[in-house]
Every structure is written in C-alpha cells, then in structure tokens.
Design a protein. Structure first.
Length: 218
C-alpha cells in the first residue's frame, strides 16, 4: 500500500462525502433484486430499471426460478422499460440458468463461495462483464471488491490519477491495493463517484462547483 495514494484516495472520498452525504446505494429489496438491477442498469438510467423491476414484482416473477421458467419473449416484454430488453432478457435467462444448474437456484450458495470463485462463476455467464460481476459481488454479496465504471475512469483521468490507456483491472488495483478491504467503504466510495460524475464531472464538466475541484493536481 502506498501511503501517498491511500491518502489521496481517502481525501477524494471525504471531499465527496462531506458535500454529498451518504448515498444509501444499492437500492433493492434483497440480493436477487440487486443482481437483476445490476444487469438491467447496463446502458440505461436507474429510473427505467425501477420500472422494469416493479413490473417483475407486480407479477411475482422476481425469483430465480420464475425467470428461469419464463420464456425469453415474455420476459423481454416485462422488462421493456429498461431498454435493450431482448438482450437483457437473454442475459437474465443466462444468469437464472446458471444459478439453477449450479446452485439449485439458491444464491446464498453462490455468495458462500470465495470472492475469486464468485467472480469467475459470474464472468462465465454470457452477458456479464467485470463491472456487472463486481457490482453483484460488492452490493449483493457484500464482499470488498471495488467496482470500476465509466464515471470512475472519467474522474481519475481528469484528475491525473489514471492515463488514457488504463484498463479496468489497473484502475481497480489502484483502489484495492491502496485502501483497506472494506465493503462498506467500497460501496459508499463507488456510489459517491457515480453521484459526483452525474452532477459535476459530466461531458461538459462543472468544475467550479465540483467537490473535487483542485483535488489530484499536486
């Protein structure tokens, strides 16, 4: 662990937390709902994800077995508000099939696996990449894995903490090698990054108003 990098990251965290407060993320009534949300949130807003999840809830279909048994076409219609609904329906079916075949639909058995095994298993599901797998592990399984997304890359790049060619694994290692492995810290840190990027570190950045204005410039 680099003391300098640790201090810079914690300064970043504290600046965001002081301005924005705790984010209470990830929303969801239980781990499977969080897993579904992690898949549905790809390339859409959380408002649209909530509509799709509420559709599933309203029809009592938010279970591993129900999604496994539902036709892909019917599932696609139900989650239509989340966008890319045919693709996302296939991915949800892939996830449910894996959980049924490997764990008899019991996600607790997946979460009882070691973190490395969980990640390997999730990445084996067609349509689940590193960001989605890590979101599931952090938010649903409560394991200390730092989630990297486009917001994280954008903020670090603009503040000279990551170069243009940095990979997902390299940026993740920056956090995980220089912070204590604490899932609550990682949860709040990532949520604050997302909120900061949405409010201030946009494509047309609002630097003067950003809590990170001046951070990372030394």
């Amino acid at each position: 662990m680099s003391e300098y990098t640790h201090n810079k990251l914690m300064e970043m965290y504290n600046l965001m937390l002081e301005r924005l407060g705790p984010q209470q993320w990830w929303p969801g009534d239980g781990p499977f709902e969080m897993m579904v949300g992690a898949l549905l949130t790809q390339n859409t807003s959380w408002t649209n994800v909530e509509k799709a999840i509420n559709n599933l809830k309203g029809m009592n279909l938010l279970t591993v077995q129900a999604i496994h048994e539902l036709s892909k076409e019917k599932l696609a219609e139900i989650i239509r508000p989340a966008g890319y609904y045919n693709i996302k329906a296939a991915r949800l079916k892939n996830l449910a099939s894996m959980l049924m075949e490997r764990y008899e639909g019991d996600i607790v058995r997946l979460f009882d696996e070691g973190t490395d095994v969980q990640r390997e298993v999730l990445l084996s599901v067609k349509g689940i990449g590193p960001e989605t797998a890590d979101s599931i592990i952090l938010y649903a399984a409560h394991k200390p894995v730092f989630v990297i997304d486009a917001y994280t890359y954008r903020i670090l790049n603009r503040h000279n903490m990551a170069d243009d060619q940095a990979t997902y694994d390299e940026i993740q290692e920056l956090f995980m090698s220089n912070l204590e492995p604490d899932h609550e810290l990682f949860n709040e840190f990532h949520a604050l990054i997302v909120k900061t990027a949405k409010l201030y570190c946009r494509k047309n950045p609002q630097c003067d108003e950003c809590p990170l204005n001046g951070w990372g410039k030394d």
